[in-house]
Design a protein around this ligand. Structure first.
Ligand SMILES: Nc1ncnc2c1ncn2[C@@H]1O[C@H](COP(=O)(O)OP(=O)(O)O)[C@@H](O)[C@H]1O
Length: 190
């Protein structure tokens, strides 16, 4: 099984690239952001719980997110591998993911990060907010909050995966196709 974590700040292009990579490598794409948004739209219990955190640019509590992610993996027993997008976002999530995969004799193969400058990304998110309908993309203060959450809670994962020799970064600025190629070069050489 190949299990890839697609890593990057809000707006780095994870969802866009995941669309290409999942087909190319036959991976099951699990986007925690998409799953939360689906649940919010359908007004499920999970959606109601996650909504306030998401709309304010905060993170959904680990306990909720980890449980949800595990059930998504369990729901895909025949998968040839997973592409995790937006997960893990905290050290606790990363540790829970390792422990969970270990129970299946599986592990994370690699983490691939899309790198881009904060100011470029904030501008991208505000632009996306004009059409995405996402409340968390429309307000600069909420966007700044997401970067603060990233810096405090998610950035420490870089060290976590570097220690395991699993961290690979690519330049996230360029055309979509160029970036897919950079990511593919990393994945092909794993
Ligand atoms: N792993 C996670 N842990 C906690 N909250 C999450 C996680 N993944 C997504 N969320 C919530 O969903 C929001 C949107 O996620 P996503 O679409 O991945 O955002 P982005 O475009 O910022 O990368 C996050 O700001 C957060 O509130």
């Amino acid at each position: 099984m190949t299990n890839i974590v697609l890593f990057g700040k809000p707006g780095a292009g994870k969802g866009t690239q995941a669309e290409f990579l999942k087909g190319k490598y036959n991976l099951t794409h699990l986007s925690t952001g998409d799953i939360f948004r689906f649940n919010i739209k359908n007004e499920t219990e999970l959606g109601k719980l996650a909504q306030t955190y998401i709309n304010n640019g905060g993170l959904v509590p680990d306990e909720v997110t980890i449980k949800m992610l595990q059930s998504e993996v369990e729901n895909n027993p025949d998968s040839a591998g997973f592409l995790f997008d937006g997960f893990p976002r905290t050290i606790a999530q990363a540790e829970a993911l390792d422990a969970f995969l270990a129970t299946k004799n599986e592990k994370i193969t690699a983490t691939v990060a899309l790198e881009a400058d904060d100011e470029i990304l904030v501008a991208r998110l505000l632009e996306r907010g004009k059409t995405s309908g996402r409340a968390d993309d429309q307000d600069e203060e909420k966007i700044r909050n997401r970067y603060q959450e990233y810096n405090e809670k998610t950035a420490p994962l870089i060290g976590f995966y570097k220690e395991q020799n699993k961290f690979h970064a690519v330049n996230g600025i360029g055309s979509i196709a160029e970036i897919t190629e950079r990511l593919s070069n990393v994945i092909d050489n794993l």
